[in-house]
Design a protein around this ligand. Structure first.
Ligand code: DGT
Ligand code: CA
Ligand code: CA
Ligand code: ZN
Length: 589
């Protein structure tokens, strides 16, 4: 079961308790919500935690929920939940995915109208609302009937509670709003925070902090954002709006002298903040977005911090990079002044996964930019080298010899370009398919034309974990194969990755000097950050590539670097921080 499925089950359990008796089961409801949040936010698969007997490391998971998770993973179900879900029609649960639908109202509607089909319940309810049958119900009325219709409409347009943005999309949205905000002279500083600043691979909503001495004016300006759909909430120092496309934007305002503590608070993560607050309490301090207070001496007043560094230092901690703030050990390291020095974008010396438009007649997509355009871009990015790695020529359309001839032509083309450009070195790579059998899709003769091969999986995704691991290791065992590209094959919001036995993969990479790719493509970000962290701990070498199919996409490197940073990778973990000569030495070894 995936983390998402377990979290959804727990949210349904909480909903079922609410329907049974909200007061009586108050603590259960809170506990299941908290556990669901923790599982959603976990950077590790629950299944792996279970295997490693470290479920207790999940924040907010007590002994009874822990034993339920164990039962669930062992047997596929939890006997206690049979009672919890008793007498609650299944059709209630799909309704809970619709924004603004609480469990009790969903239950009442399902019962009243005898809605029995979970598949069609949303459509059925919409029809009932359109027929004006909801407004006469006690506790509903015309307004709530309209709210229900709007919520269903928004839900059908894709504005479900679950939908999350990709990173570059959220970054662009946040930039539009911060650009709008600074038009107000009362806005002295502005910063996008939350999961966007932590560079989580998907973003739920946009959080923005402003430093100002006139929060009222700033908030009035904010809620007049031209692409606003409606105001969700408006207070003295914070507000939330819904903007076109159904995205939520939260704003918090504090004076300049408190901006450091606001940055810290609103960057999160929630778990990081909770741990930080526990640590503060031990020191007799209480934290907020405004600053730090002494618990026993309230008259002493509020200590304020204009920078985040001062705020962390006041707690005896070093400044923690936002990408690490997930409460997975970073606070302990900051207290011991032992935080790792994370890789930075400027450490990257080359991009090795690039698809030019050289007509290689591939089985998958050809690039759009010429080799020359990609080289020019590499010069702009101040790279020392780049690797062309188009897909191998389609093996269903060409025999071995034809593949070889095409690659020979590419080789000549590269040699010709090499003689014209001196500032960037070119490495002859290729993205070669690992077939379902584990064999590479090119003959040894063709492979011999390359400096090295990037290998990856683009077909037969349905093999099980053992078969997939075997297949990958087979592919990687060719001496030319040095890098495994987008190792899990996941596509964010589209396809779950295949399962690999990471311990086996790591062991193999370690022994045979192979690297795993962090693919920077926004809906891949693959390896995922949690597996990067495990790879780094095991001493595995990584390479950060963009997989660009056009020169302008080479700028996506920053997103791959952010994944590496979220996995606590240092410069020394990433092989494309090496100089050209060192890199070639690794490649040929
Ligand atoms: P998202 O929006 O789902 O991608 O994730 P975040 O991390 O941006 O979460 P969000 O937008 O709910 O809240 C932004 C930050 O505000 C969060 O990372 C930490 C802080 N925050 C929100 N709620 C709480 C809370 O209940 N307690 C504490 N200590 N901090 C909170
Ligand atoms: Ca957020
Ligand atoms: Ca938020
Ligand atoms: Zn590719």
């Amino acid at each position: 079961m995936s983390n998402q499925q377990i979290a959804e089950l727990f949210r349904n359990v909480a909903a079922a308790y609410s329907i049974k008796d909200e007061r009586k089961y108050y603590f259960q409801i809170i506990a299941y919500h908290r556990a669901a949040d923790a599982i959603d936010n976990s950077t590790t698969e629950i299944k792996d935690l279970f295997d490693q007997k470290s479920l207790q490391s999940l924040p907010g998971v007590g002994t009874s929920i822990k034993s339920h998770i164990e039962e669930l993973l062992k047997t596929g179900k939890v006997s206690r939940f049979k009672w919890v879900f008793e007498n609650i029609p299944e059709a209630v649960f799909p309704l809970l995915k619709i924004p603004s639908f609480g469990p009790k109202r969903a239950y009442k509607l399902v019962k009243t109208f005898g809605l029995g089909n979970p598949e069609s319940v949303v459509d059925d309810l919409e029809k009932i609302a359109k027929e004006n049958k909801i407004s006469p119900l006690a506790g509903f009325g015309e307004k709530s009937q309209n709210d229900i219709l709007r919520a269903i409409k928004e839900y059908k347009e894709g504005k479900s509670k679950q939908r999350r943005m990709t990173l570059p999309f959220a970054a662009e949205l946040a930039k539009k709003i911060t650009d709008f905000l600074i038009e107000d002279p009362n806005v002295l500083q502005v910063s996008a925070l939350g999961s966007l600043r932590r560079m989580v691979s998907t973003i739920g909503d946009i959080d923005i902090a402003v430093a100002s001495n006139n929060s009222e004016k700033v908030i009035n300006h904010f809620v007049s954002y031209p692409y606003k759909e409606r105001i969700i909430e408006k207070g003295n120092s914070s507000a939330s709006i819904l903007i076109s496309g159904g995205y939520q934007v939260d704003l918090m305002v504090q004076p300049v002298k408190s901006f450091g503590s606001l940055l810290q608070h609103f960057t999160g993560s929630k778990d990081h903040n909770i741990h930080l607050r526990e640590l503060a309490i031990k020191k007799g301090l209480s934290l907020s977005e405004k600053g730090i207070k002494k618990i026993k001496d309230p008259k002493a007043g509020l200590a304020t911090y204009s920078t985040e560094k001062d705020f962390y230092n006041a707690l005896g901690l070093d400044l923690i990079p936002p990408e690490m703030r997930e409460n997975t050990g970073e606070i302990e390291l900051a207290a011991k002044h032992k935080l790792p020095r994370l890789i930075e974008l400027s450490d990257i010396k080359g991009d090795l996964h690039l698809h030019s438009n050289f007509s290689i007649e591939p089985s998958h997509d050809l690039g759009q930019s010429s080799m020359q355009d990609m080289l020019n871009k590499a010069v702009k990015l101040k790279y020392e080298y780049l690797g062309f790695s188009e897909h191998n020529p389609s093996v269903s359309k060409h025999n071995d010899n034809q593949c070889y001839e095409i690659l020979k032509k590419r080789d000549e083309k590269i040699e010709q370009i090499k003689s014209n450009i001196k500032s960037v070195r070119i490495i002859k790579l290729l993205e070669v398919d690992i077939l379902a059998s584990g064999e590479l899709s090119l003959s040894e003769k063709s492979l011999a034309l390359l400096d090295g091969a990037i290998v990856s999986i683009h077909s037969a995704f349905n093999l099980n974990k053992e078969q997939m691991t075997e297949r990958v290791l087979n592919g990687l065992s060719n001496p030319k194969a040095k890098i495994l590209a987008h190792p899990t094959g996941r596509l964010i919001n589209e396809r779950q990755g295949y399962d690999l036995d990471w311990e086996k993969i790591f062991e193999f990479c370690q022994k045979h000097n192979k690297a795993l790719e962090i693919n920077s493509w926004p809906n891949r970000l693959d390896l995922p950050d949690n597996i990067v962290r495990r790879a780094v701990t095991s001493g595995i070498k990584l390479v950060i590539n963009t997989d660009s199919h056009a020169a302008y996409q080479m700028g996506l490197m920053e997103y791959g670097v952010s994944v590496a940073r979220r996995g606590w990778a240092k410069k020394s973990d990433i092989i494309n921080t090496l100089s050209y000569n060192e890199f070639m030495k690794w490649l040929k070894n």
